[in-house]
Design a protein around this ligand. Structure first.
Ligand code: NAD
Length: 264
């Protein structure tokens, strides 16, 4: 892949630690020749992200909490000052109250619903608004979704609803920004053991079920999501926008559990 992203500069939002999907994408982009900028959410994560940024020679933009618009503006101001323009954005951010990532969706509170939608869905639009101004030669924006947007998955609850709205946002943003040659796509990743994923009740069952039933008979890694992201972030996909692309070892094609798969 070396050279695929040569001359491209972009910001990757959502690195929490070295197990984050955003980190897998950051490593792939850097190896393909891109210049990268990272943000972190709060001081607790700063300590984790600082050494990771150093490892990739990435620009560390500072604190960004998408519930605070001023912090989104602040990091895009730094980008404008340092680079003038950008070519890509990776949005790998989601949140829902842990106590509602279990049990019944019907019990979701209005507060948790609004917060989850703001952080996990609207933030893509908020980021696209800022990115549009800096993508003066066109660009590529990607976000991360999950199959729980399309079909019921146990305990995913409000996140499934937020991801459905996120995927719809991808289509609307793609239509709006296409005239500026800005493309917007989503990668729907299979389950991966990250900080966010561990917040879902019975997440180990989800991982195991996917592993034994997926056509490839295994789960995917952050490195594989990273490699797939290069297609969307580079010019290879210059004719593609508004797409939701599954990187899930094929799990989404199943209509039922494979009869030869072991019980979990
Ligand atoms: P992660 O915990 O490593 O990353 C989640 C990130 O969201 C963290 O960096 C966190 O700081 C950030 N975040 C949460 N609230 C925020 C806020 N208010 N402001 C700014 N940042 C905030 O977990 P991950 O699994 O790598 O998650 C990245 C994305 O991938 C999420 O959108 C997630 O839904 C999606 N995804 C994950 C899986 C999986 O199985 N892990 C599968 C499909 C999609």
């Amino acid at each position: 892949n070396s050279g695929l992203m040569q001359g491209k500069r972009g910001v990757i939002l959502g690195v929490a630690n070295n197990r984050s999907i955003a980190w897998g994408i950051a490593k792939a982009c850097q190896a393909a020749g891109a210049e990268i900028a990272l943000t972190y959410q709060g001081d607790a994560l700063k300590k984790r992200v600082e050494p990771l940024a150093a490892e990739l020679g990435a620009l560390l933009l500072g604190h960004c909490d998408v519930t605070d618009a001023a912090t989104i503006d602040a990091v895009f101001d730094v980008l404008k000052e340092k680079w003038g323009k950008i070519d890509f954005v990776v949005h790998a951010i989601a949140f829902a109250d842990k106590d509602q990532l279990e049990g019944r969706y019907v019990d979701t509170t209005a507060d948790n619903f609004s917060k989850s939608m703001l952080i996990s869905c609207y933030s893509l639009t908020a980021v696209a608004q800022r990115a549009e101004k800096l993508m003066t030669d066109g660009g590529s924006i990607i976000t991360l979704s999950y199959y729980g947007s399309e079909k019921w998955m146990p305990n995913y609850n409000v996140m499934g609803v937020a991801k459905a709205a996120l995927e719809a946002s991808v289509r609307y943003l793609a239509a709006d920004l296409g005239e500026k040659a800005i493309r917007v796509n989503a990668i729907s990743a299979g389950p991966i053991k990250t900080l966010a994923f561990a917040g879902i009740a019975d997440s180990r069952l989800l991982l195991k079920y996917n592993e034994v039933n997926a056509p490839l008979r295994r789960n995917v890694t952050i490195e594989e999501v990273g490699d797939s992201s290069l297609y969307f972030l580079s010019d290879l996909s210059r004719g593609v926008t508004g797409e939701v692309h599954h990187v899930d070892a094929g799990y989404h094609v199943l209509g039922m559990k494979r009869p030869d798969a072991p019980d979990v």
